[in-house]
Design a protein around this ligand. Sequence first.
Ligand SMILES: NC(=O)c1ccc[n+]([C@@H]2O[C@H](COP(=O)([O-])OP(=O)(O)OC[C@H]3O[C@@H](n4cnc5c(N)ncnc54)[C@H](O)[C@@H]3O)[C@@H](O)[C@H]2O)c1
Length: 255
Amino acid sequence: MSDRLQGKVALITGAGGGIGRASAERMAREGAAVMCADIDTQAAEGTVALIEQAGGTADSLGVDVSDEAQVQRAIAATAERFGKLNVLFNNAGVGAGFSWDQTVAINLTGVFYGLWHGVRHLAANGGGVIINTASIAGLVGLSGATGVSADEMQPGGPAYIAAKHGVVGLTKQFAVSHGAAGVRVNAIAPGFIETAMTQEMRDDPDTREYLTSLHPLGRLGRAEEIAAVAAFLASDDASFINGVTLPVDGGYTAR
Ligand SMILES: NC(=O)c1ccc[n+]([C@@H]2O[C@H](COP(=O)([O-])OP(=O)(O)OC[C@H]3O[C@@H](n4cnc5c(N)ncnc54)[C@H](O)[C@@H]3O)[C@@H](O)[C@H]2O)c1
């Protein structure tokens, strides 16, 4: 494993599980000190324990990304705890089972708060990197195995699509606005990944088979495969990448 994040400090939201936890472990293995932030504080502490067991450096804090003051505090607390902040990964999010307002508050406004306060902090301190977790749902509409009638439709589905498309737009705007201040802003668009968020869908064999068939690689993705890309974008290996949303989707959006 490379040590390309040696000496860096990263704040990751949604670090209590799934993609956030895998990214925290990966960035720590590459040398970063990682602040693991999550609304589920116990889950974030669990990630810290895993990192420390592996010899890495991490700490945890509770944050609800839909609360602006909490996001601002998390950024300040990370810089205070580890002496600086280099990388902010706005990753926390919820799936399609929530109301329009809840989904937008967490998946879009939460990312906006991270960007808004993150760029200020990073620009004032010589620059840095922001990564957002978008989705294939930020690039295309998603189809269901059986189709959904207007009567069956729940607001969380379209809200998720709108929020993730919004994340792609915010990524471009903040990259354009703040590149000159030394802040690179990029997003990752995962396909369907085997995390708690997709557990229910994957437990249904027909749905699993349908979702798998949409990924040309013939399988769903693993959290570690997103984490590897997050670590790359956080590192100087990606020093001229700014404003992109990188699909990491087994070819889902290539068809
Ligand atoms: N799993 C997939 O197939 C998939 C695909 C594309 C994009 N994504 C995105 O990846 C990100 C991570 O999802 P995951 O698959 O790891 O899911 P997950 O449910 O395993 O992890 C999400 C984490 O975010 C935390 N969280 C939820 N609401 C929060 C809030 N308001 N404030 C702070 N933390 C909060 C949860 O406690 C949890 O630990 C999300 O933005 C999600 O939309 C996931």
